[in-house]
Design a protein around this ligand. Structure first.
Ligand code: ADP
Length: 975
C-alpha cells in the first residue's frame, strides 16, 4: 500500500495518537523533525501552528499539508511519527516501509542550521533557556519583551525553547549566529583547564597507561600486553521491559539500557573469572590513549580489594590523591576543578564484591573535605550523594549487588565470559605458533566439557596456558574445574622443577605439600576475613619463603597508591579459593566442622582463626561484618573445589598427602552436607495449586549445589540426590546458566525419576551449552530456552538427540539466533516424532524459505498443537506454505504468525486452513499487512468453522471504519 493510502486510511488513528492525552509535545516533535528534513517549509509550519487553534485542528492541518505534498512527504511523516511516538501508542499503526535516510548537505546559514538541528536543539536548550536568553539580551538581539514572550509560564520548557528558536529566526542571521555560538561554548567545548589540571590529566593518563598495558596474571610467567591478548567479552544489558541487547565495550557507559536517568553509576556484573577486571583495564587503557571516553578528562581507577586495606578515615580529596595520583602542583586548585566539573571526571571501582562491607545507603555524607571511613565515602560516591554527576563504573559479581544498590544504578551490564568465537580468538592470540593454536583448538573441540569451561576467560587462560600438560594427556582429559586447577598447579610446579625435562613425578603434590599448605592457610584465612591482599609480614608469619613466592601463584600488587611496603595477591581470586580448598582437604589438623560450615548457606565465622591472624584486615568499626554475605561466592567456589578434590578420581594424587581415613571422613561430610542442603531446597517447593503443575523455582544456591555434585563425579551421589526431587517443572530463569552450568545440570538431572519441563529462559546457554544438556534431554518433556544465544548449529545437535527422546514434546526458542537453516531439522523432528506438541520459534530470523522447509515436515505431522512464529519474516509465501501444510492437521489448536509481513494473500491461504480445521481455536495475525480482501476471506472461512474462538487482527491495513464494519460481520475477529 502506498504511504499516501496509509495516511488516508489511518487518518483517524493518526489524529487520535497525536492528540492523545491532550499534550502538544508529540505534534511539536513531529513538526521539528519535518522542518529539519525539509518536508515542511516555514510557511507550512506557520499555517499548521496557529496559536489560538485547537490541537486537533493543527494535526488535521498537518495531515492535509503533507498529503498534498505527495508520496515522499507522506512516508517521511510516518517515519517521524514512528520515531516520536512511544511503543505502546504505535501498536496497530502501520508506518509503511522504512524510508531512506534524509541525507542533506549542511546548511550554509545560521538560520537554516537552526532549522536543520531543531530536534537536537530543543533537547539541548531545555535546561539552558535562561543562559541563552541572557546572551541574546546582552548582545542586543533580543529585547526584554522578546524574553517575556518566550518565558510565558503557560509553556513547557520544550515549548519555550521552540518559541525561542522561532523568535531567533524572526530576528535574523545575527541572532541565529549568536545562539549557535553560545551553544558551542556551553555544550561542545570543555572548560579550558589550567595548566595544573592538564598536568594532572597527563600524569593520570601516563600512570593509568603504564598500569594497564600488560596483564597481571601473566606476571613472571611470560609477558603479554593487553593489546596482544584482549578478546572481546559478551556484554548484555536488560532494559526496563526485559529485552536483552548485546553491547560493545564503548557502550558500557553509553545510553543503551539505561534504567535510571538520575543515577551516575554503571555496573558491570559477572561471575568470578568472567573478565571484569580485564574489561576495566581495557577501558582504562583506551582512555589513557584517548581512544575511548574522550569526554573524560580525569579518570581515577580504584580497586575495592585494595581499599579494604585502608584503615584511615579519608576525605574525598585524600582518597583521590593518595590512592590514585598525586598532583605535583596546586592540589587545591586541581581539586576545585574536579568539584566544579564532575561531568569531566570518571571513577572506576573494580571488585565491589570484594569490598569488606556490603553496600548500605544508611549514612549520608556529602562533604568532599570531611574525613570519613572508606565505606561511607565509597557508598556515598556510588549513590551520588557525594560528587553528583561524576560517572562511576563499578564491577562486581552479581551476588553482591543487593536491591539497595540497584536503586542507584544507571544501568547494569552483564559480562558473560567470551563472546562467540572468543575462545578461538583468545587461543590464537595466546599462541604465536599457529600450528600449536590449531592443536589446542582441536583438542578443545574434541572435548566439549572443556570447551564449555573455556567460555569463562580465566579457565580458558589456564587451559591454554597448560596446553602441554593438556595435549600430553597423561592424567586424562579434564572434566571439572578442580581438574583444571590441578593442571595449573602442576604446571607451575613443573616450571620450577629441577628435572631436566621439567617432568614431575607421580608424587608431585606430596613433594610440594609444604608450599601448598602454607599458601592454603593464607588463602583460607584471607577468605574468612574478606582479605585478598597480603603484606610481606603476613607471608612471613605463615612461613612462606621467597622460594614459595617464586612459584608464581602470588603476584605483587600493582597499583597507583602511595605506599612503601610490598603487597601480594593471588593470581586470581579463584586460585585463592583453590588453595583454600586444598588446605581444607589436606590439613590434618583442621577443625572438623569446617566442611559443614563451608556448605552451609549462611556462612558465619568461617574461621575465628582468620579473625585472630588477619586482624588488620578486619575493621572493627564495621559492625556485623561476620554476617555479611559478600564472601559467600568465594566460599561457594571453595566448596566446589573441596568437592572436586575429595572425589574418588583424585584418590591417588592425595594418597600420600592425607591419610585415607581422614580423606574418606571428609568426603562423607561433603556428601552429607550436599544432601542436606538439597533436601532443604526441595522442602522449600510450594505445594502445587490445584490444577497446576508441581513446580520448583530454583534458588541461587541450587545451581551451586548441582555444581558441587558434578565436581565429585560420582553418579551414585547424583542419583541419590535426584531420587528425592519430585517436580514436574523446574524453573531456572535468569540464573546465570552458561555452558559450564549446563554440563553440571545435565549430569545430575539425568537421574530424575519423572519427566520435567526444564525452563532455562534468559540465560547464556549458547550452542555449547545446548550440547552439554543432551544427556538429560530424555527426561525433559519440555525445554524452554528463550533468550539464550542459540544458533542453528545448536539446534541441529539438540534435535538429532531430541528425535530419539520419546518424552520430549515441547520446545520454546523465542529470541535466539535462528535462521532458515534450522527449519529443516525441525521438519525432520516433526516428521519422525508423532507425539511432538509445541514448537515456538518467535523473534528469530526465519523467512519464507524457512517456513516452506518447515511446512514440508508439518504436512506429515499429526500431533503438533501449538506453533509460534511471532516476529519472523515469513511473509505471504511462508504463510501460504504453512497453511497448506496444516490444512489436514487434526491436532493444531494455536497458531501465531504475528508480525511476519503477511498480507491478504497469506490471509486467504489461512482461510483455507480455517475452513478445513476442526481443532484450531486461536489464530494470531496482529501486526501484519492484511487488508480488507484478506479479512473477507477469513470471514467466509469462519462461516464454515465452529472450533475457532478468536482471530486476532490488530495492526493490519484496515481503516477504523472497515474494522468496525468487518467485526460486525464476524464477532470472532478482534481488531
Ligand atoms: P574477573 O575480574 O571477572 O574475576 P578477570 O578480569 O580477572 O576476571 O579475568 C581473569 C583472567 O581471565 C585474566 O587474568 C585473563 O587471563 C583472562 N581474561 C579475562 N578477560 C579477558 C579478555 N577479555 N581477553 C583476554 N583474556 C581475558
Amino acid at each position: 500500500m502506498s504511504t499516501h493510502q496509509l495516511i488516508l486510511k489511518q487518518r483517524a488513528e493518526l489524529l487520535s495518537v497525536l492528540c492523545g492525552g491532550g499534550s502538544a509535545e508529540p505534534l511539536d516533535c513531529v513538526l521539528d523533525l519535518l522542518l529539519a528534513w525539509e518536508v515542511l517549509v516555514w510557511e507550512d509550519y506557520l499555517s499548521i501552528h496557529v496559536a489560538e487553534k485547537a490541537l486537533s485542528y493543527k494535526v488535521r492541518q498537518l495531515l492535509d499539508v503533507v498529503y498534498d505534498k505527495g508520496e515522499d512527504a507522506c512516508s517521511l511523516l510516518l517515519a517521524a511519527m514512528n520515531q516520536v511516538l512511544p511503543e505502546e501508542q504505535k501498536a496497530g499503526l502501520c508506518f509503511g516501509k522504512e524510508c531512506a535516510e534524509v541525507g542533506k548537505n549542511r546548511p550554509d546559514t545560521a538560520t537554516l542550521t537552526l532549522l536543520a538541528d531543531r530536534p537536537v536543539l530543543v533537547r539541548k536548550l531545555r535546561d539552558n533557556i535562561d543562559g541563552a536568553l541572557k546572551v541574546l539580551l546582552t548582545t542586543g538581539c533580543f529585547t526584554i519583551k522578546d524574553c517575556d514572550v518566550v518565558q510565558l509560564p503557560v509553556y513547557t520548557p520544550s515549548q519555550q525553547v521552540r518559541r525561542l528558536l522561532d523568535q531567533v529566526r524572526f530576528k535574523g542571521e545575527t541572532a541565529a549566529k549568536t545562539l549557535l555560538q553560545y551553544l558551542e561554548q556551553t555544550e561542545t567545548t570543555r572548560p579550558n583547564p589550567e595548566d595544573k589540571e592538564n598536568h594532572l590529566s597527563k600524569k593520570l593518563q601516563s600512570s593509568v597507561a603504564a598500569q594497564s598495558h600488560s596483564l597481571s596474571t601473566y606476571g613472571g610467567t611470560g609477558h603479554f600486553s593487553l593489546d596482544d591478548i584482549y578478546t572481546d567479552g559478551l556484554l548484555e544489558v536488560i532494559d526496563g521491559s526485559g529485552e536483552t541487547t548485546t553491547l560493545g565495550l564503548e557502550d558500557v557507559v553509553g545510553p543503551v539500557g539505561t534504567l535510571n536517568e538520575d543515577a551516575d553509576t554503571f555496573l558491570v556484573s559477572g561471575e568470578a573469572g568472567s573478565g571484569k577486571s580485564i574489561l576495566l583495564q581495557r577501558l582504562h587503557l583506551l582512555w589513557a590513549r584517548e581512544a575511548l571516553l574522550t569526554n573524560t578528562f580525569l579518570l581515577f581507577p580504584f580497586s575495592c580489594r585494595k581499599l579494604n586495606a585502608e584503615p584511615r578515615e579519608l576525605s574525598l580529596k585524600e582518597l583521590l590523591f593518595l590512592h590514585c595520583c598525586w598532583p605535583d602542583r596546586g592540589q587545591d586548585e586541581v581539586f576545585q576543578f574536579i568539584l566544579d566539573h564532575p561531568n569531566l571526571v570518571l571513577f572506576t571501582f573494580d571488585g565491589l564484591d570484594e569490598f569488606k562491607q556490603g553496600f548500605t545507603d544508611e549514612e549520608r555524607h556529602c562533604c568532599p573535605t570531611k574525613q570519613v571511613p572508606i565505606p561511607v565515602l565509597l557508598f556515598n560516591l556510588l549513590q551520588g550523594t557525594l560528587m553528583k554527576g561524576v560517572m562511576k563504573v563499578v564491577t562486581s559479581r552479581p551476588q553482591a549487588v543487593g536491591q539497595s544498590l540497584k536503586h542507584y544504578l544507571r544501568k547494569e551490564v552483564l559480562l558473560k565470559g567470551f563472546a562467540p568465537g572468543g575462545i578461538d580468538c583468545f587461543v590464537r592470540k595466546h599462541h604465536s605458533d599457529p600450528a600449536m593454536a590449531r592443536r589446542v583448538l582441536e583438542s578443545l573441540q574434541a572435548n566439549t566439557v572443556l570447551l564449555s569451561l573455556c567460555h569463562i576467560p580465566v579457565f580458558c587462560w589456564i587451559v591454554t596456558k597448560c596446553h602441554l600438560e593438556l595435549l600430553g594427556g597423561q592424567d586424562g582429559i579434564p572434566q571439572t574445574i578442580t581438574d583444571v586447577y590441578l593442571l595449573v598447579l602442576q604446571h607451575f610446579f613443573q616450571r620450577k622443577s629441577s628435572q631436566p625435562q621439567g617432568v614431575l613425578g607421580k608424587a608431585w603434590l606430596e613433594e610440594h605439600l609444604d608450599t601448598v599448605l602454607k599458601l592454603g592457610q593464607l588463602a583460607l584465612e584471607g577468605l574468612g576475613a574478606s582479605c585478598y591482599v597480603f603484606s610481606g609480614y603476613e607471608l612471613q608469619r605463615i612461613g612462606l619463603t621467597e622460594q614459595d613466592v617464586s612459584m608464581g601463584f602470588l603476584i605483587y600488587c600493582n597499583d597507583l597508591s602511595v605506599t612503601d611496603c610490598k603487597r601480594y595477591e593471588f593470581l586470581h581470586i579463584t586460585l585463592q579459593c583453590f588453595f583454600a580448598a586444598l588446605y581444607v582437604v589436606l590439613n590434618r589438623n583442621s577443625d572438623r566442622s569446617v566442611i559443614y560450615r563451608l556448605f552451609q548457606p549462611q556462612y558465619k565465622q568461617l574461621s575465628g582463626l582468620s579473625q585472630r591472624c588477619l586482624g588488620h584486615c578486619i575493621d572493627s568499626s564495621v559492625e556485623g561484618w561476620e554476617s555479611r554475605v559478600t564472601e559467600t561466592p568465594n566460599l561457594q567456589i571453595t566448596a566446589q573445589f573441596v568437592s572436586g578434590l575429595l572425589s574418588q578420581r583424585h584418590h591417588n594424587l592425595l594418597l600420600d598427602c592425607c591419610p585415607t581415613a581422614v580423606r574418606e571422613r571428609k568426603a562423607k561430610q561433603v556428601v552429607k552436607s550436599l544432601s542436606k542442603s538439597m533436601q532443604r531446597h526441595f522442602k522449600s517447593i510450594p505445594r502445587p495449586v490445584e490444577g497446576e503443575k508441581k513446580s520448583m523455582h530454583a534458588m541461587p544456591s541450587f545451581v551451586w549445589l548441582i555444581k558441587c555434585i558434578y565436581e565429585m563425579q560420582d553418579s551414585s551421589i547424583a542419583q541419590d540426590t535426584m531420587a528425592k526431587l519430585d517436580v514436574e517443572h523446574l524453573k531456572l530463569t535468569y540464573c546465570n546458566i552458561g555452558p559450564v552450568e549446563c554440563t553440571a545440570l545435565a549430569y545430575v538431572l539425568k537421574y530424575l525419576r519423572n519427566p520435567v519441563g526444564l525452563q532455562l529462559d534468559h540465560n547464556s546457554v549458547g550452542d555449547v551449552g545446548v550440547e552439554q544438556l543432551l544427556p538429560c534431554l530424555h527426561i525433559c518433556h519440555s525445554l524452554y530456552l528463550r533468550n539464550n544465544n542459540i544458533s542453528d548449529e545448536g539446534i541441529r545437535k539438540l534435535l538429532e538427540k531430541g528425535m530419539k527422546c520419546e518424552r520430549f514434546q515441547k520446545i520454546a526458542l523465542f529470541n535466539n539466533n535462528l535462521t532458515d537453516a534450522c527449519t529443516q531439522h525441525f521438519a525432520w523432528l516433526l516428521k519422525s516424532k508423532q507425539n511432538f506438541l509445541s514448537l515456538r520459534l518467535g523473534n528469530n530470523n526465519i523467512t519464507s524459505q524457512g517456513a516452506e522447509q518447515l511446512a514440508e515436515g508439518l504436512s506429515y505431522n499429526q500431533s503438533l498443537q501449538f506453533l509460534g512464529f511471532w516476529g519472523n519474516k515469513i511473509g505471504d509465501r511462508g504463510a501460504e506454505a504453512l497453511a497448506d501444510a496444516l490444512k489436514n492437521s487434526t491436532t493444531l489448536i494455536w497458531l501465531s504468525l504475528v508480525d511476519n509481513g503477511v498480507g491478504s494473500a497469506g490471509a486467504c491461504a489461512l482461510a483455507k486452513l480455517i475452513s478445513q480445521s476442526k481443532t484450531l481455536e486461536e489464530l494470531w495475525l496482529n501486526k501484519n499487512s492484511i487488508s480488507r480482501e484478506g479479512v473477507e476471506c477469513l470471514i467466509e472461512a469462519l462461516k464454515m468453522n465452529s472450533s475457532v474462538k478468536e482471530v486476532w487482527l490488530r495492526g493490519n491495513n484496515l481503516s477504523p471504519e472497515e474494522e468496525e464494519e468487518l467485526s460486525k460481520q464476524e464477532s470472532r475477529l478482534t481488531f
